[in-house]
Write a protein that binds this ligand. Structure first.
Ligand code: 2M8
Length: 536
């Protein structure tokens, strides 16, 4: 594994990144078309002391804006990324990330954002734990443990655990809409949603353990032992209740379960769902109090989300009934690739705590076979979501198609096809101005929208997943570009929920927890040869 971006490029004799791609990762910040931003940090919404440091770091510390020569600072490990020239800027942004994570912490867990998402979300907490583990291993362990305290008896980890301390009308749909107490499997006295999210938690637990300082290794191992049966139960739930036909792939019964809610990946199916008149009680969207309507899902999609919720609630969250009747029944390649990646993590965890890794390897093998057998559409050279209701493979070219890179055993020709697509004008246009990676939807598709939620913008969690997947297959050049681009987006726009791939502007919530957490992880892991070498 190449140690660092710069070292990798030098050793491989490849051209510097900025000459291969228009993203602004040049050795000299003056090459960046928008370097005026470097001395203005208002848009970053950082605490004043931190903002002053960023300005000092970007301009004064290395002289990167006013001088031509590149930095020769040997402590810089991002190589050709902007932060290589301003290591103090990197450190300052890391400090700002930590400040965001601390400010969003509420007792034993971290809110995705203070206003828009004031409860505990499932995969957010997993990403947050990974980021937090670099400076607070104990807090990271608590984050995941708190989430799993609300695990259902079926093994399902709910997508949201409601915080009684949040104002009742802070988020909609809240506990009164979900009524999780209707299910005998839901935890008593802990209102949650009635659906799940991608099972990234076993992988997150392993990462958290890897980051534990030596004086905490015993406590961390004991924690892994406590978490292991819960993580196994989560995976078993998906392999059984969500796969009654035994195809080897778990189905999702609501787009919210994918985490990529209004992704075009399931447009053809989801868009056909008609909400019968009178099916929904009058409601007020709270998300629009905190974010621009142009950024969020449309009203029509929101009504469909709520309609599916109502059907699931009316079935008392009985999995067999829902899988048999839900109008939305989708097999998502990204969701299942994450499941597979977590099975590999469980096999490593089993090895660490003296359990048997074999069942996890076998489970990962079954998912691998089904991913390739059922979701790889060779005519399109792409993994496609599978609408089980209509038995259709969805043709949309979205980021979910790249998810199977997380499978370490993915055949080389398939890896090559995915990388070709990632490097194609659909996901990495060469248009001469600044450009950022990786949009969540084909930039050339008719429905591409650079601002609307999961219909085009860049998210740091999908970047983080792709970064891992690419490194698993030795594609470190592209992986490094994704890190450099993520860093640049944060430097320009702060820890926003997501980013416009065309101009790098930030959208959705600000001070968004997983952006802070995964920025931290990508930067610190890129600095640490040990972590890079261990990964996978
Ligand atoms: C978004 O989803 C929630 C519903 O669960 C929402 O739109 O209200 C998604 O981005 C999801 O992936 C994320 O976990 C959640 C909280 O950040 O927000």
């Amino acid at each position: 594994m190449a140690q660092f971006v710069g070292a990798y490029l030098a050793a491989s004799g490849k051209a510097p990144m900025h000459s291969r791609s228009p993203i602004c990762v040049s050795r000299s910040l003056k090459d960046c078309p928008d370097n005026s931003l470097l001395s203005r940090t208002d848009h970053l919404q950082l605490p004043r002391s931190v903002a002053a440091e960023v300005d000092k770091g970007a301009v004064g510390d290395t002289g990167a804006v006013s001088q031509d020569q590149p930095t020769s600072d040997p402590s810089s490990h991002l190589g050709s990324g902007d932060l290589a020239m301003a290591p103090r800027t990197a450190d300052t942004l890391l400090a700002a990330a930590r400040e965001v994570l601390d400010a969003n912490r509420s007792g034993r867990y971290t809110r995705p954002s203070q206003a828009l998402y004031p409860h505990q979300w499932s995969w957010d907490s997993a990403f947050i734990a990974v980021g937090r583990s670099w400076h607070d291993a104990e807090g990271a362990r608590l984050e995941l443990e708190t989430l799993f305290e609300a695990q259902w008896e079926t093994g399902m980890v709910p997508s949201i655990v409601f915080d009684a301390a949040a104002p009742p009308d802070a988020y909609f749909p809240g506990p009164d809409a979900w009524q999780s107490e209707r299910s005998p499997s839901a935890p008593r006295g802990r209102p949650t949603s009635g659906i799940t999210q991608p099972p990234i938690h076993a992988r997150a637990a392993l990462e958290v353990h890897r980051h534990a300082p030596p004086d905490q290794s015993a406590a961390s191992l004991a924690w892994l032992e406590r978490m292991y049966p819960r993580l196994v139960a989560q995976q078993r739930y998906l392999a059984t209740a969500r796969d009654p036909r035994g195809i080897g792939l778990a189905t999702i019964v609501h787009p919210w379960e994918s985490g990529l809610d209004d992704s075009p990946a399931w447009d053809r199916d989801f868009g056909r769902i008609e909400v019968p008149g009178g099916a929904l009680a009058p409601y007020q969207r709270r998300d629009l109090d905190h974010a621009s309507p142009a950024d969020r899902p449309t009203d029509a999609d929101y009504a469909r989300f709520l309609y599916l919720l109502t059907l699931e609630r009316d079935a008392n969250y009985d999995d067999a009934r829902i899988v048999a009747t839900s109008p939305f029944l989708m097999v998502d390649p990204l969701f299942n690739a994450i499941r597979l990646w977590s099975e590999h993590a469980l096999s490593e965890i089993a090895g660490l705590i003296g359990a048997d890794p074999e069942p996890h390897r076998a489970a990962a093998g079954r998912i691998h076979d089904a991913l390739i057998g059922e979701l790889w559409v060779s005519r399109r050279q792409r993994f496609c979501a599978w609408d089980l209701r209509r038995d259709q493979r969805e043709p949309e070219d979205t980021v979910v198609s790249f998810g199977p890179l997380l499978d370490p055993d993915l055949p080389r020709p398939i890896v090559a096809a995915i990388c070709r697509e990632l490097e194609s004008p659909s996901f990495r246009p060469r248009r001469g101005g600044p450009h950022y990676l990786v949009p969540t939807f084909d930039e050339r598709a008719a429905g591409f929208d650079p601002e609307r939620y999961w219909r085009g913008p860049i998210w740091l969690n999908t970047n983080w997943l792709l970064w891992h997947g690419l490194r698993l297959h030795g594609r470190s050049g592209l992986a490094d570009e994704i890190v450099a681009s993520s860093v640049e987006l944060v430097r320009r726009s702060g820890f926003r929920e997501y980013f416009d791939p065309l101009d790098g502007s930030g959208h959705g919530s600000d001070r968004f927890s997983w952006s802070a957490a995964l920025f931290t992880d990508m930067v610190l892991a890129s600095r640490s040869p040990l972590t890079m070498a261990n990964n996978g």
